[in-house]
Ligand binder design. Structure first.
Ligand code: GDD
Ligand code: MN
Length: 368
């Protein structure tokens, strides 16, 4: 326990639980009751932000507000999960803010565990499906794959999201003073990702939870949300400089193509080797020049100056880029021979796949 300094009564800890709702009449009563029960040991307020539900949710919440510490905000001219959450955060008076769904997929009994993590010193606590003890046992293959895909995209293109295993969870708690709310510009569903990347959190902790089946009502997740997610990733990439890094990587790749062709021309001038062999020096030389350019330019902020680690990175890069060249060749040959594609089109597809392969290993391995 910290020493008392007389300020305790001014620094009363309140937990604000922000819950966005849209047509959740069958869930909201159980949810509010359970949240209130789970938090019976601490001061809390429950902030519901509803986007003008037409199913009676608003009336039910108004009634519940007489019995529970509930504040309701109804937005009539705006819609969207993330903006609703931000609206709620702006109305919150707590020194800690929780965000959760209204459909009971986020079990309220996890709230005290998240709050404990915050009180133990974390400035953000994320309820995680992807650490030991967590999961989504009821998901079908499609949802599982799309969720993991979303997660991988975040981890590849936004390196700071790698601090946690589940940056795309919708259930979390944080200290509001760590984020400048004016800087939040989320699109779509992934508000935790936005807050985590825009905020300046020092200690993020994950608490496992099981993502329950939706008991009633419908998920509002549509293909539109998946497109919004990609545009959200692009927006975060451009705000954190990661988009610029990707553009640099493309520029280096184009330079490498020039180097590769140039060396090929030289080799063909000075040797009478078989064409298959004549291709090899250009590939290897361009792998090395690409590596050097990426090391000093694209990933300059993530390189260590030590000479040993320079060669370590070079070795790694050489390994996956050589595999990348094989992939390029394999895909192009397959599409040309077996799918009857035009050879240039087949090659472009091979190049794009190999390019993404190289970026993936560059960002998660060589310059992680
Ligand atoms: N105010 C408001 N406005 N609330 C909304 C809106 C909206 O436009 N759309 C959805 N909600 C509310 C729902 O009523 C529910 O309480 C919560 O937001 C989540 O909506 P669901 O439609 O149930 O989302 P989900 O279960 O598909 O997605 C959840 O899980 C994902 C993890 O896979 C969310 O928590 C996502 O943030 C999370 O990434
Ligand atoms: Mn849901």
């Amino acid at each position: 326990m910290p020493e008392k300094n007389g300020l305790e009564s001014y620094m009363k800890e309140i937990l604000s639980v922000v819950i966005p709702t849209y047509n959740e009449k069958d869930n909201i009563t159980t949810l509010i009751t359970e949240v209130h029960k789970a938090l019976s040991g601490c001061d809390h307020e429950i902030i519901i932000v509803d986007d003008n539900s037409q199913d009676g949710t608003i009336d039910i919440v108004n009634k519940l507000a007489k019995q529970f510490p509930v504040k309701l905000f109804v937005r009539r001219d705006e819609k969207g999960l993330s903006t609703a959450v931000i609206h709620g955060i702006k109305q919150a008076s707590g020194s800690t803010i929780a965000v959760m769904d209204a459909d009971l997929q986020h079990p309220p009994e996890i709230l005290p565990k998240l709050y404990k993590a915050i009180q133990d010193g974390a400035d953000m606590a994320i309820a995680s499906r992807y650490i030991k003890g967590g999961g989504c046992p009821n998901w079908g293959l499609f949802r599982r794959v799309t969720s993991k895909g979303a997660l991988m995209i975040a981890h590849i293109f936004l390196p700071s999201s790698r601090r946690v295993k589940d940056p795309v969870s919708g259930f979390f708690m944080f200290r509001p003073e760590k984020v400048d709310l004016l800087k939040l510009k989320p699109v779509g569903y992934k508000i935790a990702l936005e807050i985590m990347i825009v905020g300046s959190f020092k200690n993020i902790v994950e608490v496992p939870f099981i993502f329950k089946e939706r008991s009633t009502g419908q998920s509002k997740l549509r293909p539109q949300q998946q497109i919004e997610y990609l545009s959200h990733i692009l927006s975060l990439m451009s705000r954190t400089g990661e988009f610029w890094r990707f553009v640099k990587f493309i520029a280096v790749g184009l330079c490498g193509t020039g180097v590769n062709e140039g060396v090929l021309a030289l080799v063909r001038t000075f040797t009478a080797w078989h064409g298959t062999i004549q291709l090899i020096p250009g590939i290897e030389v361009s792998i090395i020049t690409n590596f050097i350019l990426n090391d000093f330019f694209t990933f300059a902020d993530r390189r260590s100056g030590k000479i040993g680690s320079f060669f370590g990175r070079l070795l790694k890069y050489n390994l996956f880029a050589a595999a990348g060249a094989l992939i390029n060749w394999g895909i192009a040959a397959l599409l040309f021979n077996n799918a009857g594609l035009d050879i240039y089109v087949a090659n472009i597809i091979g190049i794009i796949v190999a390019f993404l392969w190289n970026y993936f290993f560059s960002t998660i391995w060589a310059w992680k």
